[in-house]
Ligand binder design. Sequence first.
Ligand code: SF4
Ligand code: SF4
Length: 182
Amino acid sequence: MTGDKIDKKMKVIKTIKIDVDKCNGCRACEVICSAFHAAPKYSSNNPARSRIRIIRDPLRDIYVPVYAGEYTVAECAGRDKYTIDGKEYDECSFCRASCPSRDEFKEPDSGLPLKCDMCEGEDEPLCVKWCLADALTLETREEEEPDEQGEQEDMEIGLESLADKYGLQTIMDSLARMSEKD
Ligand code: SF4
Ligand code: SF4
């Protein structure tokens, strides 16, 4: 191992493995996620504010948990189709992005994008804890920390995109609400 490697800081990456076959569509994950992110915490629950949504087709017993991912300024060009148990779904059904072409993963009042934060501050993501069917499993791995300059640039690009789309005041109001949560 080189000296350069020894100096690198490591960080723990958390991911959630989804077993679609075990999901029964109970939506407990949506309830606890929205309650955890309510302001103040646990004061209300509304699945429309959840960072995990269940794509449901109860008549065919199909339930697919989808986590909120990155915000995107423009809709993508992908229009693939998926066929599951004979039913056709379009690509957007399972997409994780908060995107201009649909309403999923947007805060209902402000329209600001929602993104899974792995229940920051909790030992275990609450959706994993509340999923009694074991459809969601926390997995962890270690990765080298990115350098600070790269992180700063990524953050600035993300903030600029949000400010362009929603206006600086909306972003600041939202940050103020988030800081009141705890
Ligand atoms: S809590 Fe588990 S079983 Fe229930 S909808 Fe969510 S992922 Fe599916
Ligand atoms: S990990 Fe936390 S923030 Fe992410 S979807 Fe699950 S409950 Fe919501």
